[in-house]
Design a protein around this ligand. Structure first.
Ligand code: DLL
Length: 434
């Protein structure tokens, strides 16, 4: 239990921060070179040795790693410690094919939870607060991360997990929850339910810590107004630890990256060239303290920019703008990471051809996803199965692949528009990256 606003770290002058990062980076690079065969080989291949890295100015010499590398090394290829030192795994949402399993030592868990504790304190949290966590628990990092952070601050923690809105509202009212942690779309959903039930006066919420999916400023204002709270953005990804890699302070003008643990870079996604402050490109992270799953120069595919403009909260850690898009085709739907290729795999597996379209929308505060797929001429000729049966089978296949309910519409051959260039498989009407 403690004070996780750590001025000695969070408001450290830049020159001092660079020294700290450099020391940690040099040590980390040597560590992974000696302990992870994958890195040893990768660095040898790139012609860079640990002794070439003297500080953050040499970071650009290291090779990038990406999700394919993680997949190739699944499950144990990137472990930096013996398995007996690991105490937890977490995993990304998605399929077996795309799943990333991240490992943690006890020290790694402490760092991660400390980052979440900082986020809670930046949102005004103290040990007097009742933190209502309705991110999913389990393999997803949202629940466990904010839960651990809340414990560290000493708040009363309600491990609600997601869903069951009735119960969420009951506990919120009875126990006087003051800080809400969930996805922004669920926050908006809860807000609507609170208004619809006339509960607004009975709810004591003052702040929300919302992330794991893109959301617009309009959505923030909407949530703030409906719930009568201040809504803070929080960012993170399983590969780098989970939520808390960066978070907003009271200024709500970008998220401070926890630079004593993670060094961010922005690169040109085409060329890999490091871009100057303020330019939009792909966000890359190097973990300088993690031991079990120590990723160096990991390409997140999230597009944003960094700024070192002075922040009036006093924190000196660089701020990242909320993700403005992705350099790959991943979508976050209902909080789950979805790749069109996963959907295609299910369809092709069931004998369809790649004539399909995915329509994502947001109705009220709920994401909807519909897959339209053409019957093949053979299927039209085959009367043994009705369209309804076919749709049901695809729904089941997608549910098992993605873990979410997808609406499916089987359509006549030649009804999906054909493309003359790159196929436009996805129509995302949500317009979330603004
Ligand atoms: O979503 C970790 C998390 C949990 C963050 C709870 C915040 C709160 P993954 O499931 O691995 O981890 O998904 C990571 O989600 O690369 C982004 O594309 C997206 N994402 C995460 N936070 C934000 C955010 C968690 N605040 C992927 N705004 C990332 C926009 C976000 N996109």
């Amino acid at each position: 239990m403690g004070n996780y606003f750590q001025p000695e770290i969070e408001t450290m002058p830049l020159e001092q921060l660079k020294v700290l990062q450099s020391e940690r980076l040099v040590e980390q690079v040597k560590y992974v070179y000696d302990h992870v065969k994958f890195y040893h080989d990768k660095m040898d291949e790139a012609g860079v040795k640990p002794w070439d890295i003297h500080g953050v100015e040499d970071l650009h010499k290291l090779p990038f790693i990406n999700k394919d590398d993680l997949r190739d090394q699944y499950p144990y290829g990137l472990l930096g410690v013996p398995l007996s030192e690991c105490v937890r795994i977490q995993s990304t949402s998605g399929t077996t094919g795309r799943r990333v399993v991240a490992f943690y030592t006890q020290a790694d868990l402490d760092v991660w939870e400390e980052c979440c504790a900082r986020a809670i304190m930046a949102a005004g949290g103290t040990k007097e607060d009742v933190v209502h966590v309705c991110y999913g628990y389990g393999l997803f990092t949202g629940g466990p991360g904010l839960n651990g952070g809340s414990h560290k601050v000493g708040c009363l923690t309600l491990p609600m997990s997601s869903g069951n809105t009735e119960r969420q509202l009951q506990f919120m009212e009875d126990l006087g929850s003051t800080i809400l942690c969930c996805t922004p779309s669920y926050a908006a959903n809860l807000g609507e339910s609170i208004v619809a039930r006339g509960l607004k006066d009975k709810i004591k919420l003052k702040a929300g810590i919302f992330g794991a999916e893109p959301w617009t400023e309009e959505m923030r204002h909407n949530i703030e107004e409906t719930l009568g709270i201040k809504a803070y953005d929080i960012y993170g990804l399983t590969e780098i630890s989970g939520p808390g890699v960066s978070f907003e302070c009271e200024e709500q003008k970008g998220m401070h990256v926890q630079e004593d643990h993670f060094i961010p870079e922005i690169i040109n996604p085409e060329t890999g060239e490091v871009l100057p402050e303020g330019e939009v490109g792909e966000l890359v992270f190097t973990c300088i303290t993690k031991k079990a799953f120590p990723l160096l120069r990991y390409r997140t595919r999230d597009l944003c920019y960094l700024t070192r403009e002075k922040c009036s909260c006093g924190r000196t850690h660089v701020r990242m703008h909320k993700p403005m898009g992705r350099s790959d085709d991943m979508m976050v739907v209902k909080g789950v990471n979805v790749w069109p290729s996963q959907i295609e795999a299910v369809l092709l597996n069931q004998g369809y051809q790649a004539n399909y379209q995915i329509v994502v929308d947001r109705i009220g505060n709920n994401d909807t996803i519909e897959v339209q797929v053409e019957l093949t001429p053979e299927m039209v000729a085959d009367n043994s199965k009705s369209v309804a049966e076919r749709e049901k089978k695809i729904v089941a296949g997608l549910k098992s692949m993605l873990g979410i309910l997808v609406q499916v519409k089987v359509v006549e051959p030649m009804t999906i528009p054909r493309s003359e260039g790159k196929a436009k498989r996805v129509v995302d009407k949500r317009d979330l990256y603004r």
